[in-house]
Ligand binder design. Structure first.
Ligand SMILES: Nc1ncnc2c1ncn2[C@@H]1O[C@H](COP(=O)(O)OP(=O)(O)OP(=O)(O)O)[C@@H](O)[C@H]1O
Length: 252
C-alpha cells in the first residue's frame, strides 16, 4: 500500500437506528498514520458514526460504503472488522459480570500477538486494583477509560477509535490517558513502519493537548460539515460555540 493511502474511507454513508436516519450521506477519509478528532454538539451523530464503523448491529447502513485498507467492509460484522484491525474504546462500555478484566486482556494478548504483556500493561494503565474484578463492575468514570485503553493496547489494532477518552477524567489522569494514547498509536513490532491511525471523539479538546492530532472534523446533524486544523477549530468553537460552525455549514 502506498504511503499516502487512506486506511479508512467512508462514502455517502446513510445510517438508521430505531427507525430514524441518523447519518446522512456522510463522507470521511483518514490516511494511514494519521489520527483525527471528531467534534460536534450533543446528538450530532459522533457515536453513531463510530459504532457504525465498528459494525455494531444496532446501526443499519442504508446507503454508502465503508472501506478499510481498500476493502469494502460495509457488510462485515464486529468480529470480522476487529480481525482486520479496527478497535474501539467505548464511551459507556457495558459491565460484563463473571468475566474479569485480566481474563479478557489475557485472551486479547494471546489472540492478537500484541507487543505487550499483562503485567506491563496493568502497570502502565494503572489497572492493577481492578484486574480481577468483573469487567467495568463498579468502576469510576476514569477507571473505565483506563480499562478501555488497556484493552485497545492489548489488541494493538491498526486503527483505534475512542469515544471521549478525556471526559470525566481528572487533570492528573488526563496525562496518563495521553501517555496511553501515545503508546497506542506508536509504531511497534506489529506495525513497525509508521504510527497507527485512529479517530477520537472529544468535546473539550483536552486530548489535543495530550496528543498531536492531524485533523479535526465537526459533525452537525449526521454529517461532517467542516474539517481542518484541530487547534484552529477548537479555538473557533471555544470563542463562539458551535453556532458559528453551524451557520457556516448551513450556508454552504
Ligand atoms: N438506537 C437509536 N434509536 C433512535 N435514535 C437514536 C439511536 N441511537 C442514537 N440515536 C439518536 O441519534 C442522535 C445521535 O446520537 P449520537 O449518540 O450519535 O450523538 P453524539 O454526537 O455522539 O452525542 P454526544 O456528544 O451527546 O455523545 C441522537 O439524537 C440520539 O438520540
Amino acid at each position: 500500500m502506498p504511503a499516502d493511502t487512506n486506511i479508512l474511507e467512508i462514502e455517502a454513508l446513510c445510517v438508521e437506528a430505531g427507525g430514524k436516519e441518523l447519518l446522512h450521506h456522510l463522507d470521511l477519509a483518514i490516511p494511514e498514520g494519521e489520527v483525527h478528532a471528531l467534534l460536534g454538539q450533543n446528538g450530532s451523530g459522533k457515536t453513531t458514526l463510530m459504532m457504525t464503523i465498528m459494525g455494531y448491529s444496532g446501526y443499519q447502513v442504508t446507503h454508502g460504503e465503508i472501506r478499510f485498507k481498500g476493502q469494502d467492509i460495509t457488510a462485515l460484522n464486529v468480529t470480522q472488522r476487529a480481525r482486520l484491525g479496527i478497535g474501539i474504546a467505548m464511551q459507556r462500555p457495558p459491565t460484563i459480570q463473571g468475566v474479569t478484566l485480566s481474563k479478557l486482556l489475557a485472551y486479547e494478548l494471546e489472540h492478537t500477538r500484541a507487543p505487550a504483556d499483562m503485567a506491563e500493561l496493568a502497570k502502565i494503565a494503572e489497572i492493577e486494583p481492578f484486574l480481577n474484578r468483573s469487567i467495568n463492575d463498579g468502576l469510576s468514570g476514569g477507571e473505565i477509560k483506563r480499562a478501555e485503553l488497556a484493552q485497545l493496547l492489548a489488541m494493538s489494532p491498526a486503527f483505534s477509535m475512542m469515544d471521549e477518552p478525556d471526559s470525566g477524567v481528572d487533570i492528573e489522569a488526563l496525562s496518563l490517558v495521553g501517555k496511553l494514547i501515545h503508546r497506542l498509536f506508536s509504531p511497534d513490532e506489529k506495525h513497525p513502519v509508521k504510527r497507527k491511525a485512529g479517530l477520537i471523539i472529544t468535546h473539550g479538546g483536552h486530548v489535543l493537548n495530550q496528543y498531536p492530532i492531524d485533523k479535526a472534523h465537526v459533525m452537525h446533524d449526521g454529517k461532517i460539515g467542516c474539517s481542518g486544523n484541530p487547534a484552529m477549530i477548537i479555538e473557533a468553537i471555544g470563542a463562539s460555540g458551535y453556532e458559528a460552525c453551524v451557520r457556516c455549514m448551513e450556508t454552504r
